[in-house]
Design a protein around this ligand. Structure first.
Ligand code: ADP
Ligand code: MG
Length: 247
């Protein structure tokens, strides 16, 4: 069943057709990776779906509803989440406090009083931390976490809103190869357990081919190929585009 339906999406920057009639679907609980050479239109495509860039043409449907020009706030409310880097203001908070703050915000409460946050939905914050493997780190300040563990907190923050679709722009950027595989295994198990679909861009081809259900290959703003990893690997057009690159 389709959760996200992208139809003939297009965006120009001056003379550059950054995204030029891109259509694809993301099924429920599917993990779809967008790949392509530099300048292929991945970020533009991603940011149009996420509400950061307004498309010139085309349509985006989420669970059948038109979300083409919805703001990021609206998308957040209807269950489209995205991972963000932990803001510096959070660095001095411990994991429990950061997660409680996210829960307050999800529930539409103010988080101006740290005292009230401290007692807020403690159990849910604990469950959230456990769901990303950070149950032992609830009292650890974010600035003391390893880079990989900080990425897990960021994932937990996105999960606090119980998204049905998670947008992840290079979720493993900056991580060592082992950490990347671990991170994506975690995302996979969360997607399966909670019924979340994941749309992600990624540079690391090992990550893409090991963890995506399907891969969308963009080239010059257009869909070059879409299919299961084996299919994409064997596609002559894809091989031609990636010739000489690290794919
Ligand atoms: P990718 O993420 O695949 O590397 P982008 O979506 O960032 O590709 O870019 C696609 C094309 O659009 C490139 O030619 C890029 O230079 C151009 N482009 C992207 N954003 C802008 C912008 N804000 N203004 C002008 N040109 C842009
Ligand atoms: Mg990009």
């Amino acid at each position: 069943m389709t959760l996200l339906d992208v139809q003939r999406l297009a965006k120009r920057f001056g003379a550059v057709r950054a995204v030029d009639g891109v259509s694809f679907e993301v099924a429920r609980t599917e993990m779809l990776a967008i790949i392509g050479p530099n300048g292929a239109g991945k970020s533009t495509c991603f940011n149009m779906i996420g509400g950061q860039i307004e498309p010139d043409m085309g349509m985006v449907l989420f669970d059948g509803a038109d979300i083409t020009r919805a703001t990021p706030q609206k998308l957040f409310r209807i269950g489209i989440g995205r991972t963000f880097q932990i803001a510096t203001v959070f660095q001095s908070m411990n994991v429990r406090e950061v997660l409680q703050t996210a829960l307050l915000s999800r529930d539409g409460r103010s988080f101006s009083f740290r005292l009230s946050a401290r007692a807020y939905k403690k159990e849910e914050a604990e469950e959230l931390s456990a769901s990303v493997g950070l149950q032992g780190f609830l009292d650890t300040e974010c600035r003391a976490l390893s880079y990989g563990d900080l990425k897990r907190v960021e994932l937990a923050l996105a999960l606090a809103n119980r998204p049905r679709l998670l947008l992840m722009d290079e979720p493993t950027a900056g991580m060592a190869p082992d950490g990347r595989q671990q991170m994506m295994r975690l995302v996979r198990s969360l997607a399966d357990r909670s019924g979340i679909s994941v749309l992600f861009t990624e540079h690391d081809m090992d990550v893409v081919f090991n963890h995506a259900d399907r891969i969308l290959v963009l080239n010059k703003g257009q869909v070059l190929a879409i299919g299961a990893p084996d299919q994409i690997r064997a596609d002559p057009a894809v091989q031609a585009v990636y010739l000489g690159e690290d794919a």
